[in-house]
Write a protein that binds this ligand. Structure first.
Ligand code: IPE
Ligand code: IPE
Ligand code: MG
Length: 240
């Protein structure tokens, strides 16, 4: 019997590793940059799907700290796409009551991109629907390193006592401070890795991997992931 999505538990926070743009383009004999462009269209659609579905947080891996190692041409094309889609995203966010937040170290980007990111956050901060989090120049080890650096500085300044540091303290220094941990991680294009994504936050997250390449991701794929999540027996942390 087919299960209906309306009877399903919607995860509070979905984390997404969008992967497969390059393979999508290659299969069509197109340059990788066109795969990324189509990937941006899929991101826009997914924000709308998520906003409608009642998910509170959607966190998407857009560009990793390791992605700078790609060719200059590809990195350049990705930066141009950021510039273009940041403007579009402002419209999509406003139309769907979406609050946008960025995690990762934005300081490495060009000035106009940093300004665009800041603007996206400030102009959408009072929206009350979905919180759409984009991880750009994000790497979990980099995030944890930056957090440790700030925490160590606060200790040295006498603002924090080392012996009082708890998991909550560490959490409050991460880029994701204040956000609930993801309930479900979706990775497209079949790779079975975390690729330096949200290593602290994904400690108990259910993982769903699909062979679908990111530019092909749609409502149907979204529903398949939610259905799979609902079939999981969320027994963890010693629960019987
Ligand atoms: C994901 O697609 C997008 C980014 C990492 C920016 P890829 O570019 O990694 O696509 P594949 O893995 O080469 O197919
Ligand atoms: C993960 O995809 C990073 C993003 C989606 C931004 P990658 O394609 O960069 O990951 P690896 O290199 O296959 O692990
Ligand atoms: Mg990839």
């Amino acid at each position: 019997m087919e299960q209906k999505l309306e009877n399903m538990v919607v995860p509070r926070h979905i984390a997404l590793i969008l992967d497969g743009n390059g393979r999508w383009a290659k299969r069509r004999g197109l340059p990788r940059s066109l795969g990324h462009k189509q990937g941006c269209v899929a991101v826009e659609k997914t924000v709308e799907i998520a906003a409608r579905s009642g998910v509170e947080y959607l966190t998407v891996y857009g560009f990793s700290t390791e992605n700078w190692k790609r060719s200059e041409e590809e990195v350049g094309a990705l930066m141009q796409l950021f510039r273009y889609y940041m403007v579009r995203l402002l419209k999509v966010a406003s139309a769907n009551n979406v609050r946008v937040r960025m995690v990762g170290d934005r300081t490495r980007f060009a000035k106009d991109i940093i300004e665009g990111i800041n603007r996206l956050e400030s102009e959408t901060e009072n929206n009350t629907g979905l919180t759409f989090v984009i991880a750009v120049n994000y790497g979990s080890r980099d995030e944890i390193t930056r957090a440790v650096r700030r925490l160590a500085a606060d200790c040295a300044a006498g603002q924090v006592k080392a012996e009082t540091i708890t998991e909550q303290t560490v959490e409050s220094y991460l880029d994701t401070a204040g956000m609930p941990d993801p309930d479900l991680l979706i990775r497209t294009s079949g790779e079975l890795r975390l690729s330096n994504y949200l290593l602290w936050q994904l400690a108990y997250t259910e993982i769903y991997i699909t062979d679908c390449l990111w530019p092909d991701f749609n409502q149907e794929e979204w529903e398949k992931a939610i259905l799979a999540y609902n079939k999981r027996n969320r027994r963890f942390g010693g629960a019987k």
